[in-house]
Design a protein around this ligand. Sequence first.
Ligand code: PEP
Ligand code: MG
Length: 541
Amino acid sequence: MKLAGKSASAGVAMGPLYFFHRTPGQVRRRHIDEPKAELERLGTAKDLAFAQLGELYEKALVEVGEQGAALFEVHQMMLEDEDFISAIEQIINTESVNAEFAASRAGDTFAKVFSEMDDAYMRERAADVKDVAQRLVNCLTGETAGSIESDIPVIVAADDLSPSETVQMDKTKILAFVTSGGATNSHAAILARTMGIPAVMSAKGLDASMDGRFCIVDGSTGEAFVDPDPEQTERLSKKKAEEESHARLLEEYKGKPNKTKDGIEVLVYANIGRPSDLGLVLQNDAGGIGLFRSEFLYLERDSYPTEDELFLAYKTVAQTMAGKRVVFRTLDIGADKRIDYFDLPVEENPALGIRGLRLCLERPWLLHSQLRALYRASAFGKTAIMFPMVSSLWEVAKAKEIAEAARKELEAEGIAFDPSAEIGIMVETPAAAVISDLLAPEVDFFSIGTNDLTQYTLAVDRQNPGMEKYADTRHEAVLRLIKTVADNAHQHGIWVGICGELAADLTLTKRFLEMGIDELSVSPASVLKLRKAVCDTELGS
Ligand code: PEP
Ligand code: MG
């Protein structure tokens, strides 16, 4: 039986379902004669809850790092919140009731206020308020939060999980989480992601009668299969094995330099198109971003993005990469990438027409706003700027002029930027490859775009599926051009990378390393396999 839900944390897990039992039941209302004694009980319980949260912080620090652990500092702040505490005290004083009842009622009231807020993030905080109130109640009644009573690891099922329940559980017993409620940006979901535990939330049809039954959770699709059929089992077992081999590679290569057996190092970077791809870059431990395709900031909308919109996107990427190099390519629109609001001229051969840097030079204001945004972002991380579709020296000179004008403006406006941000070009036309000796002194780096370099060198339309026979990606003509570009780059003391699809062709890794290619930039999913190929290579003398 398939339970469709929402993906909260990726990964496949298999095992028995275990329904999480909470010990505390309904909090009973009791009349008390002595409010003063109840207030004292409240004070003692509050101190105990505060200390527990301190311990949870320490536990989370080890398991999920500082960012995840910070949640429990927030819980401590909620617990100390004067409005919250005085609301409990007031209920005790005015209604002459026990402290646990007052704490539970105040918790519900505050959680309701959060749950009715407009902002989705604030609405999620209702779960945190409830969590804090429940802790206070438990400290008053002496009850402890539920635990997993199973000898073998299980898939934990529940209606919902609070952040502290998620952290408190014994991780060696958890294969995955499945909840019938919960939201994918709740703290429990965030913690599951940080701990790498697959999780599906809002799973429709989850029922306590399924306790103990065999289940497969697919966290990436947000599905759980109770008593799966053979097809589902086979398909998901395969997916699990692939994930495990990926995890092993990650374990082996994470944080390590990419050196051949004889010690030659190469940078392995990732290609991305939008800030939302950053998670994949980090998950695959890429050394940097070798190609950020700006065109995606222009596609999926119906008017030009403003400089500020571009800046925010570039800044997020630069900042998230925390000092690792990000090569931002300026807009490469035209040819196969067309946008209505650009009102591009109709051309007979658009791949040979106004595209990439050519379009940006025809409409200099387009390049100007990107360059201002990019330089502003350069104050937040190691930023490199790259121009696509270069075929002549004058194009580079013109683009650099616009870059200089942008820098001068920012300086005059007192806006921070990194004046040493590198400027490079894509080498993706045969012309650029052939005159790479003349281009090299003008730039800080080359990045070879083998997708277009192959198309233009072999006269094979990359969009035409009928040309496959002629589209030999390993054609000697292309490989020789790459070697020429690498030699010319090194003769002029600049670095050279490859960011076209060919960079991921593992049969060519050795050849690229022999040519002295300094950087290979591939899709995030190919990063680890390429790193393994580099480390397994021996160049010899
Ligand atoms: C290339 O041409 O190799 C390249 C990386 O650019 P795009 O595929 O975006 O044209
Ligand atoms: Mg290209």
